[in-house]
Design a protein around this ligand. Structure first.
Ligand code: GFP
Length: 828
């Protein structure tokens, strides 16, 4: 029963009805209070981290206020909402973003200055949650920022990995991994909700029979039970709502091991408990072969089961009926990682809530929507029937049932046996397995790709049969980024300059940046623009000197490639370019080369042999170039270790050139490309992913294009590609490739880079050699453009002016209109 006294106090006494922000004095009082009473610290003993934690607690209070207000209003209006299911999130540091959302950055800086503390140093203390691998996880977090800002009734579910993505160090040029202990100093942003907990079952057997009401029913007698406990992190939108990122942590259920306790084997019981808790210990790095990774499948089911049970609880709490679930909720599947949800919802509805199959299937198919993020065949998840059946026997039965009904429909449509086999949820060839992308497609009412090109290829290739069957099911939502985090928070000087010229409306409507076009030719504005870039480059140079030990002249062009290390992203094509410049300078032919610093960062999956060798190659080239007095005045190469959101926020504002050079048809969208351009870097890129749309927006004269199109890539394959021909015909390329096996880069070791050399000469699956000359020619154009600073500044301004489309606010608006069909509600 609601406590009316408390409720009235809440609304009338200003607890949650006050204002959004805080004054300088309020911030100071609250900060001091949290330092002493929240942490119990006397000033003499308080560390910088204590101060950070105290400030985080002070701000969290205000963030929670917005969350409570939003939730109250969603409930009052019985709003239709979204549950976003993602196995990964990369929120980045929270404090800076929350200060912006509350519009109290200036006040906080002043409040801290009054107690002799520096806001930047405090911000620097924050350890970010690395709960994702790369683009997909960061996208989920950008979407949360937009959902909160736009007032979308929503909740985001995921996994509270104790160890996030590994920490990367570079030793002797090689990547070394260590565990990411992001929780070591505690996490002031999260609130544990021990009462929001669900049991998750694994293993055992199913038994069918007639229940007490005389109906056919299936019981799943599992042999393992684990508890999922909710940990909530409030995410605040800009001057708007607060929504919750609810992450599940695995725990042992208390009563579970009673029999063992009673038999006196205490240690065995403890061991079981520890085994349960292992489930959410660690995030799996992607690009690893997940085949047979039992723990990964367990993680996926674990978080899906908790999230669906929680969604149903929230739905029923509003007094709604279960068969209306799809009227009130869309559950968005972020890739196939949570796609087991299709079978789990059927199980919950049919087995636990006793709904008839047809009705349950109707609800299920109208509840889910699925976002695909990749066409790479190796990344399309499949789980072997054997493993799946052992862990989730009931789900296997349900998937068989869904499949058999689906295939019957196809037979009625007179589909050929071949086509039916292609579309089946079960792959029969090789080891029988479940195709999770097919399960997600069949079980969803909408399927979207993440850029116009990717969505087209998805329909034409990977899910072609399904797109022909259900053309209306397929749609596109081009990815977007949080411009508030990646411009306002990360590049305050540029943001202020922009606001000086066009006001601040662009914070909530990025299309307003268009107003900058009027100043693109204004020399005074250009100078201020480039001066800010230079200051950002100085700051990055300082970081590089400290963490990578390389001194860089900030007036050089900063040519940057930061992203996961993967062959399709072609970091090694960039290396070939650097070596071409090196050789030209050595031959005395370098006069048209503009002084350039090549900056790389990114993690390689620990088991990805080629990616790790590419890092070693970059480091070796860095050694060669940086130590050679003939070239090191003109070229510098650096690999900055441990790329994460925090580092990214330093790099984008300091970049001149953004490298987006993946082989066309491979990068589903890319989002780094948007972050660079938003900070005024010019792009060199292929017609891949969202590059295509960026170029359309900024104008082809302001974008450096090279390389094959997707169609030309396909044609090249069909014609029978022989990379060695390019090696033989292009003498410069030959000289460069020979360097890889000459020992020149590796202290005489001719074997070290042979795998890369041989791979390129024999297979070259990502067509580096075919695209090489086009890339080199394009780079010559770039170096020439760099020599005309006014021209460069103009292009840079025009890039920023035309980034309106790439705000995650626009993406979320698209999701609302094309998929979610709901009404935003902004909290006051
Ligand atoms: C994947 C795709 C990217 C895409 C993101 C977000 O990234 O092209 O931009 O998802 O949709 F490959 P990773 O998670 O693999 O970095």
């Amino acid at each position: 029963t609601p406590n009316k006294k408390i409720e009235s106090y809440f609304s009338s006494n200003g607890i949650v009805s006050g204002k959004l922000g805080l004054s300088k004095d309020e911030i100071k009082d609250s900060f001091l209070e949290k330092t002493f009473y929240g942490l119990g610290r006397i000033p003499a003993l308080a560390t910088q981290n204590d101060f950070y934690t105290a400030m985080a607690f002070a701000i969290r209070d205000r963030v929670l206020r917005q969350f409570v207000r939003s939730t109250q209003q969603f409930n009052e209006k019985d709003a239709r909402g979204v549950a976003y299911l993602s196995a990964e999130y990369l929120p980045g540091p929270h404090l800076g973003n929350n200060l912006l959302s509350l519009e109290i950055i200036k006040e906080t800086r002043e409040a801290l200055a009054e107690v002799n503390l520096d806001l930047d140093e405090i911000l620097d203390q924050e350890v970010e949650p690395g709960l994702g691998n790369g683009g997909l996880g960061r996208l989920a977090s950008c979407y949360m920022d937009a959902m909160a800002t736009l007032g979308i009734p929503s909740i985001a579910y995921g996994i509270r990995y104790e160890f996030g993505i590994f920490k990367q160090e570079i030793r002797d040029g090689w990547q070394e991994e260590s565990t990411d202990k992001w929780l070591h100093y505690g996490n002031p942003w999260e609130i544990v909700r021990p009462e929001i907990a669900y049991e998750v079952h694994f293993g055992g057997k199913t038994e069918s029979g007639i229940d007490e009401k005389g109906n056919y029913s299936v019981a799943w007698n599992a042999d393992t039970v684990i508890k999922g406990v909710a940990y909530d992190t409030p995410i605040l939108g800009y001057k708007s709502n607060g929504i919750i990122m609810r992450l599940w942590k695995a725990e042992a259920i208390e009563s579970f091991d009673f029999s063992i306790y009673n038999s006196g084997d205490y240690y065995k019981a403890v061991e079981k408990k520890m085994r349960s808790e292992n489930l959410t210990k660690v995030l799996y790095p992607n690009d690893e072969n997940l085949q047979g990774k039992e723990l990964r499948l367990k993680q996926q089911y674990f978080f899906v089961c908790c999230s669906l049970k929680d969604t149903i609880r929230l739905h029923l709490l509003q007094g709604r009926k279960l068969d209306q679930l799809h009227d009130k909720f869309t559950i968005q599947l972020n890739d196939t990682h949570p796609s087991i949800a299709v079978a789990e919802l059927m199980r919950l509805l049919v087995d636990e809530h006793k709904m008839e199959w047809e009705k349950a299937w109707h609800v299920t198919r109208h509840t889910f929507a699925y976002t695909n993020h990749t066409l790479l065949p190796e990344a399309l998840e499949k789980w072997s029937i054997d493993l799946f059946g052992r862990l989730l026997p009931r789900h296997l039965e349900i998937i068989y049932e869904i499949n058999s009904r689906f295939l019957n429909e196809l037979r009625e449509l007179q589909y050929s046996a071949n086509k039916i086999a292609r579309m089946s949820l079960i792959e029969e060839s090789g080891e029988p397995s479940i195709r999770m992308a097919h399960l997600a497609t069949v079980g969803s009412f909408k399927v979207n790709g993440v850029s116009a090109l990717h969505s087209r290829l998805l329909k034409e290739q990977v899910l072609n049969d399904f797109a022909e069957l259900w053309p209306d099911k397929f749609t596109n939502v081009t990815n977007g980024i949080s411009h508030r985090r990646f411009l306002v928070v990360s590049n305050p000087a540029l943001s202020d300059l922009i606001s000086e010229k066009i006001g601040r409306d662009w914070l909530t409507d990025l299309y307003k940046l268009k107003g900058l076009e009027a100043f693109a030719e204004d020399e005074d504005f250009q100078k201020k623009w480039m001066d800010i870039k230079l200051e950002n480059k100085k700051a990055l140079s300082k970081h590089i000197e400290e963490y990578a030990g390389v001194k860089i002249d900030p007036t050089m062009m900063f040519d940057v490639q930061v992203k996961r290390i993967h062959e399709y992203k072609r970091q090694h094509l960039k290396v070939l370019h650097i070596l071409s410049l090196y050789r030209r300078i050595k031959k005395g032919e370098g006069e048209r080369i503009s002084p350039t610093a090549f900056i790389f960062a990114g993690k390689a999956a620990p088991g990805y042999f080629m990616a790790k060798r590419i890092i070693k190659l970059i480091s070796s080239v860095a050694d060669l170039v940086n130590k050679d007095p003939d070239v090191n005045g003109k070229l510098k190469v650096v690999f900055i270790p441990n790329f994460n959101v925090k580092l990214a926020q330093r790099i984008y504002p300091a970049s001149d050139l953004s490298e987006q050079i993946s082989m066309a048809g491979k990068e589903a969208s890319g989002t780094g490309n948007m972050k660079f351009a938003l900070n005024g870097a010019l792009t060199v890129g292929t017609l891949d992913g969202a590059n295509v749309e960026i170029r359309d927006e900024v104008g082809k004269e302001n974008f450096f294009l090279f390389g094959l199109t997707t169609e030309e890539v396909q044609q090249t394959r069909q014609d029978g590609y022989r990379p060695s021909e390019y090696y033989e015909q292009n003498k410069e390329l030959q000289g460069i490739l020979d360097m890889l096996i000459s020992g020149e880069l590796s202290n005489g070791d001719t074997e070290l880079f042979k795998p890369i050399f041989e791979n390129l000469l024999q297979q070259d699956p990502y067509l580096l050699l075919k695209d090489y000359q086009s890339y080199i020619d394009c780079q010559e154009e770039i170096h020439e453009a760099w020599r005309k600073p006014k021209e460069w500044a103009r292009m840079s301004i025009l890039n920023v002016a035309n980034m309106g489309k790439f705000s995650s606010d626009r993406s979320i608006q698209d999701y609302v209109e094309k998929i979610w069909n709901l009404q935003p509600i902004k909290a006051d």
